[in-house]
Design a protein around this ligand. Sequence first.
Ligand code: FES
Length: 936
Amino acid sequence: MIHLTIDGVSVQAEEGMTILEAAKAANIRIPTLCYLKEVSNIGSCRVCVVEVDEMEKLTASCNTLVRDGMSVRTKTDKVVRSRRMALDLILSHHNLVCFSCPSNGVCELQEVCHECGITESSYQSVRSPGIEVPAVEDNPFLGYRPDLCIHCQRCINTCANVSGCNAIKLTSRGIFRTIETPFGKNWKQTECESCGNCAEACPTGAIYKKEAKTYRSWEIQRVRTTCPHCAVGCQYDLLVKNNKLVGAQGVDGPSNGGRLCVKGRFGSYKFVMSDDRLTDPLIKDRATGKFRKASWDEALDLVASKFMALKRQYGADSLAGFACSRSTNEDIYMVQKMVRTCFGTNNTDNCARVCHSASVEGLAKTLGSGAMTNPIYDITHDVEAILLIGSNPEEAHPVVGMQIREAVRKGAKLIVVDPRDIGLTRQADIHLKLRPGTNIAFANGMCHIFIKEGLIDEKFIAERTEGFQALKKIVKDYTPERVAKICNIDPDDLRAAARIYATAKTAPIIYCLGVTEHSTGTEGVMSMSNMAMMVGKLGRKGCGVNPLRGQNNVQGACDMGASPTQYPGYQPVTNPEIRAKFEKAWGVPLPSEVGLHATDVFPAAIRGEIKGLYICGEDPVVTDPDTHHVIKALSALDFLVVQELFMTETALLADVVLPGRSYAEKDGTFTNTERRVQRVRKAVTLPGNSRLDTDILCDLMRRMGYNQPNLSAAEIFNEMASLTPSFYGISYERLENEPTKSLQWPCTDKYHSGTSIMHTGKFTRGLGLFYPTVYTPAQELPDKEYPLMLTTGRILYHYNTRAMTGKTEGLMEIAGHSFIEINTKDAEHLGIRQGERITVSSRRGSITSEARISDKTNPGECWMPFHFPDGDCNWLTNAALDQFARIPEYKVCACRIEKLPEEQAYDKKGKYVTQKMIADQWHKKMNKSVQKMMRR
Ligand code: FES
């Protein structure tokens, strides 16, 4: 510790602290402007100057380190004079238009000037008083007013160090320097992601969120909640004015550290107040296909009587109910409880089935628990290397992407394993651009190299694992050369990747849907565990196997028992003791057989075995593979009920539609990808006849003959926790009192502090299991008729079906329609131009989309986002299922691309050819290389 005095007070500080930090810890205020904690301490504004004995000149406290015996004075005449002078100079550049400035009331310059007694500049202003300089406002969300800028560079450092974009620059120097923001006409060509973290960092109103013009700081209430998009679980305040949501402001949550992405900041509240929201229960007349408004009594009576009639006629297992991974834990718990107690079946599931069910199965089999092993902060800070596989976090989990960029900036090595050039490949040390569907070959190749080069952790393997010898035998054949051929990568790159990962002291595996959404997805996940266990990188800091779960509460949906095989907390429905516990608590006999997975419910409906289906908040017509097949299944049902916010494609097929409420209209909890339970809080009450989703479910349960009183969110959580050992210690009271306002399960009693890193000392299953994974190709490979390989994914500006993000005009303005990325060579062969409309077909359907030509994908491969109805790739994708998790193979299917028919076309020599002739010629050529690849 270092001893110093500040204003005569004896202060202790840690070595490496600045004077400003030491003063703050001792409750001594020093005003600042350009300083931003952990982000920017360039010392340019000189507002924080202090006097230090033995230092001739005043020094900036924000970047001067404490020294033993130092004597600091923060309020001497010299200091105050200098501070006032600095502010005087700053104000000479700043346009004092406080009345019209959206930052009025929260402006730090205003606050510091007030504190120092400055009201205007004594210098001749470089600005014409009161004349506003035109703002730069071409970005849909953000604007910049040069006349309010004080050149503190907090925005530059935030963009570079917090968001990791480097999109804001300083041009010129001295009095002529200007900040160049990427909000002008060509902003789309810049690195700007419109995250708005710069606007939050701006101490004045120079960089601002356009929406901030609609409110004043003193008019709004703040409601702390959790973002409803991806599973990072960012914490922010919803800003409420007169019972209307007007914005969102990031706060220092454990997984986001104050950051937000464009979806969280700008796409998380407009959909709540959208005019498209359903407001009344709707009943369809099957004869006309038209919906009519109904009262809640009529609608719920109809739903209850129809389901009970089907149960009587066809048996309990003719019914099924899906919960929603976007809704709260409490909603999900009640859906599965309704299905089990009222329908009397285990036919319940959630959309993890089609995204990360392979992680749940694969990690449970190998490690004993199907969840991310380490927290986000841990795997993105102070790590030596990151092995990123089948994951594009900059777009799908942007706040994790920002933290990975930060890790790389600070020196972490990055290995990207992905069939496509994602943004992070630009920063990667190695990019293994492998062929889609070959992850297991890649992982086995890595294990081969670990063994061959003596990189394995023998002690860890001997003491903590089983099954090593069986895997060793298998990976013997996966030489780098053979793997390179299967994966279409360089064998030396594979060797280099294996060495980096194995020799780094800390190196997490981070993966996503590129690993799970395959017909061998579960084995793909188990091969991730194999790699980590072989080099002893589990159960400790900065390591682990870390699936980035997709939707905001998909972790919670699995935790809450929306599963055909498990009650809440992954307790098997087939275990008689556990079943007896739930029967006692719920007061009814429960089915002993496992139910159908969601992906098996659709074929069962087509076969006539499933007659009635309750879908709470999911839209499988858009999200599930092979849309024809899903529509056929839903149309075959005797009765379909959808509980929703909007009239989705699935809701259109329903017999009854029940209007629920969004995350901003209710209390509850979400569980993020790192097993962290966080609160969701009610911010607004909207007009209309929608009801709380849990009230709808409880009312319905009573009408089906089960005595379920309406319960508050906290009461439902308590009921769930009392039946779920890994949640025994979590309650709303504890969440409120925890410093991070969150707890990570397992949290087994009320004194347990939650589990940050899993499998320390011992795996949940005892010994970690090496699973003998063998590479098998994807189920549908390109052939003569469909010569291209199609893979799918997310983009930054939308989330899944776009039901929420599509209601924000700015997001639609940036990314509003479907496209397909085609390799330059393929486009050339097909005669397809940039931006041209084309047809994409697979064995299951045909869509049109816009061609985006680049080398992001390899020749013979193409990629589509799955958000857009004007070319929804799920008409094409393959519903081939994984044998363990029943997850579909979204990531690989064969397709064919053709130009849209034209009257005539000419080849390069001017010879008349039809578009079909060009396409056939190219398909023939492609087919040869595909055949060659398949022979390997
Ligand atoms: Fe220290 Fe600006 S806050 S120099």
